[in-house]
Design a protein around this ligand. Structure first.
Ligand SMILES: Nc1ncnc2c1ncn2[C@@H]1O[C@H](COP(=O)(O)OP(=O)(O)O)[C@@H](O)[C@H]1O
Ligand SMILES: Nc1nc2c(ncn2[C@H]2C[C@H](O)[C@@H](COP(=O)(O)O)O2)c(=O)[nH]1
Length: 207
């Protein structure tokens, strides 16, 4: 059977190395790169100062932006049979929203999330970087975004667990999606070219 055109998403918690790896993969495979725009987000700074107060605005902002980006990606690449690599999967909206929203607001968000995303094509390959808290903290510090420097380690710890659960669920809910898990503590694709080659080889098995 003919394999579908690659639509690869790199996922993992904050600072896992998604953008770095997605950029390297796009270059290696010569695929267009779909990248999250973070610096223009007007709510992130406020969100980290008061999560309860700003969570709904922030989650809706991410959802609307990603919906627009995904719509464009489908139109420009996926529906034309062209490959693409992205540094996120749309499902991450729901992973974060379940962590940051509660009660009525979560339910409203859930309905809007499904309305917007259920009928959109999803990535057929997910490269999931699993990384421990200590590594995430180091990378967040290295990246140096001021608003992320005081992130509660407890929040990151819970996100790591949320990601683990979400990936397990996706394996069951979407058995046709290839999910490649990378140990982000052991495999250092930045410092060790041979580690990057291992990741490329694993992906190639599924293309
Ligand atoms: N394997 C790695 N080894 C060392 N530094 C890394 C590695 N992966 C990413 N980084 C660095 O960590 C920071 C966060 O990486 P980034 O790709 O922005 O993560 P994410 O997109 O998952 O939030 C950046 O400064 C990046 O250069
Ligand atoms: N509450 C949410 N925060 C999000 C979401 N997507 C990203 N983020 C935050 C996490 C980082 O501070 C920053 C950039 O994300 P990276 O994973 O690329 O480091 O934005 C979200 O959907 N909800």
């Amino acid at each position: 059977m003919k394999k579908p055109c690659p639509f690869i998403a790199v996922e993992g918690a904050i600072g896992a190395g998604k953008t770095t790896l997605a950029t390297m993969l796009a270059e290696r495979f010569d695929y267009p790169l779909l990248k999250e725009i973070v610096d223009e987000n007007p709510f992130l700074d406020k969100f980290y100062q008061n999560i309860e107060e700003w969570a709904f605005q922030l989650e809706m902002f991410f959802l609307c932006n990603r919906y627009k980006q995904l719509e464009d990606t489908v139109q420009n690449y996926v529906s034309q049979g062209l490959p693409v690599v992205s540094d996120y999967h749309i499902y991450k909206n729901w992973i974060f929203a379940q962590r940051t929203l509660h009660g009525d607001k979560r339910e409203k968000y859930r309905q809007i999330y499904h309305l917007l995303t259920d009928d959109l094509p999803k990535p057929n390959v997910i490269v999931y970087i699993h990384t421990e808290l200590a590594t995430l903290l180091k990378r967040i510090e290295k990246r140096g975004r001021s608003f992320e420097q005081d992130i509660d380690p407890g929040y990151l710890e819970r996100l790591i667990e949320d990601y683990e659960m979400a990936i397990t669920q996706l394996r069951t809910q979407e058995p046709d999606t290839v999910i490649i898990t990378i140990d982000g503590n052991e495999l250092d694709f930045v410092e060790h070219p041979e580690h990057f080659e291992q990741i490329v080889a694993k992906i190639k098995e599924h293309l």
